[in-house]
Design a protein around this ligand. Structure first.
Ligand SMILES: [Zn+2]
Length: 462
């Protein structure tokens, strides 16, 4: 029997971890697709943001396939190793470069401060990495009449992101199962858009924006411009909570474009601060991996532009410089955009900026990514515009800063992009499992798929 089960991302958008297993009598072999961290209120069987240990059997798991290196897809890898997982970690070539970096950061924050232990875990992770080029079949196991191969295809979500095609065969039964991972919006800057799979008998699809469409690229770009201009006219700081990978680089790319196009006093004086060593490191990796950029970005490079390393960009590394920057920017009246993580304000340097800046109406907070229920980001977005408050590290902070949201920089496909991804598959899957979304989004996407004939649409609950 070839079966799919879920160990996370069924009650929310974090903790992504799915299993594909092939069972024959007492023999069982399987793979995991992602092994992510839970955030906010999301939880698995018994695991949650406060207890991340692996809560399902792994003796039969032969490999872990990583769709992309966002922490909600890879953050539990150290716990998987601690639970005794001995198989390879299969991922795209860019992901193999980025994964140790992101896990080093995650280990420091959530696992241990013991440098030697961190080094040991990282060495172990590096030794398990198996980078696989896009669009190439890779055999995971082949035990006579029970075999499984995987192929990664570009997902357009962040650098290195992939959806996973799995060819599973048991005796006479052969199936193509596709796991979407996180899919990017087709018009996202920097990365090529995902193409639909050529075949999918069963499909597990994300639904982060299953109930919403994004603004198109131009509208969004002008909205970003308008928000920044309005915010900067009164001399405050625009704080953008952003994940280190993906959104930060997309935003830098767009802001460079706006500076190039509009120049002038305002744009010419604008300082962009990336206050995150990790984001700076990933921006460097993005710059190095230009072969994975899309045609538009490659063309800019040919024209001599440097979309991810322009003059007005400053990077802050040390913690001391970070504290100085918070202090300076909360008092200064210079137009400045600060990008800092974490993207949902649940931790990281952005929290210090929020504490220092939420109370001043000259400042602005611009959300560009999804804010999960229960995170401070969601609370600021919900209560900020009504003059409410938010709790950060146990204290209440009144929100006087203006709160904005620009939808399209989510790095996630919108509803119609998800529908297009599925309708582009030549023969409709016989089963679609909708995961990785709030209940409302999953139900909305389910309604979109209802017109597919012969397709079972399932919203798994564990
Ligand atoms: Zn992601």
């Amino acid at each position: 029997m070839i079966s799919i089960s879920h160990h996370g991302a069924t009650s929310g958008v974090t903790g992504s971890c799915h299993e594909l297993s092939l069972a024959q009598g007492s023999q069982k072999r399987g793979i995991l697709i992602d092994c992510g961290l839970f955030q906010g209120q999301d939880e698995g069987r018994s695991a949650s943001a406060s207890d991340l240990s692996i809560d399902f059997p792994i003796e039969h798991i032969r490999a872990l396939v990583v769709t992309h290196v966002h922490i909600d897809h890879v953050g539990r890898i150290p716990y998987l190793l601690a639970a005794g997982f001995e198989g390879p970690i299969i991922c795209s070539e860019p992901s193999a470069i980025m994964l140790p970096e992101i896990l080093e950061d995650a280990l420091k924050i959530g696992f241990t401060r013991d440098r030697q232990l961190i080094e040991r875990v990282l060495r172990l992770i590096r030794s398990r990495l198996v980078p696989v080029p896009y669009a190439h079949w890779h055999s995971v196991f082949d035990d006579g009449d029970c075999l499984l191969s995987v192929r990664l295809q570009r997902a357009g979500h962040i650098l290195g992101s992939a959806y996973v095609e799995c060819d599973a065969r048991m005796g006479d039964v052969a199936e193509r199962i596709v796991f979407s991972g996180d899919l990017g919006a087709p018009h996202a800057p920097l990365l090529p858009a995902p193409q639909s799979p050529e075949r999918a008998d069963r499909l597990v699809i994300e639904s982060t924006y299953g109930d919403k469409d994004h603004e198109d690229r131009e509208t969004r770009r002008y909205r970003l411009k308008a928000v920044l201009e309005r915010a900067l006219e009164d001399g405050g700081t625009v704080l953008v909570p952003a994940f280190s990978i993906g959104r930060t680089q997309e935003l830098l790319y767009e802001i460079e474009g706006l500076i190039h196009e509009f120049g002038g006093e305002l744009w010419g004086d604008l300082q962009i601060v990336v206050d995150s060593p990790l984001a700076a490191e990933f921006t460097r990796i993005y710059r190095d991996l230009k072969p994975f950029w899309d045609a538009e970005a490659s063309e800019l490079v040919r024209q001599g532009r440097h979309p991810l390393s322009f003059e007005q960009l400053t990077v802050i590394n040390s913690h001391e410089d970070h504290l100085n920057a918070v202090d300076y920017l909360s008092r200064s009246h210079r137009p400045c955009v600060v990008l800092a993580g974490s993207g949902m304000c649940a931790g990281g340097r952005v929290v210090n900026y929020l504490k220092a800046m939420l109370g001043d109406k000259r400042n602005d907070v611009l959300f560009v990514g999804y804010q999960a229920a229960g995170t401070p980001g969601r609370n600021i977005l919900t209560y900020g515009p009504r003059g409410g408050w938010v709790e950060l590290d146990g204290n209440r902070y009144d929100i006087r800063a203006r709160i904005h949201q620009v939808g399209g920089y989510s790095a996630h496909a919108g509803q119609s992009d998800l529908v297009e991804f599925v309708s582009g598959i030549p023969f409709s899957p016989r089963e679609i499992r909708i995961v990785h979304g709030d209940q409302v989004a999953k139900l909305a996407l389910k309604r979109c798929f209802q017109s597919l004939t012969g397709t079972d649409i399932i919203i798994p609950s564990e």
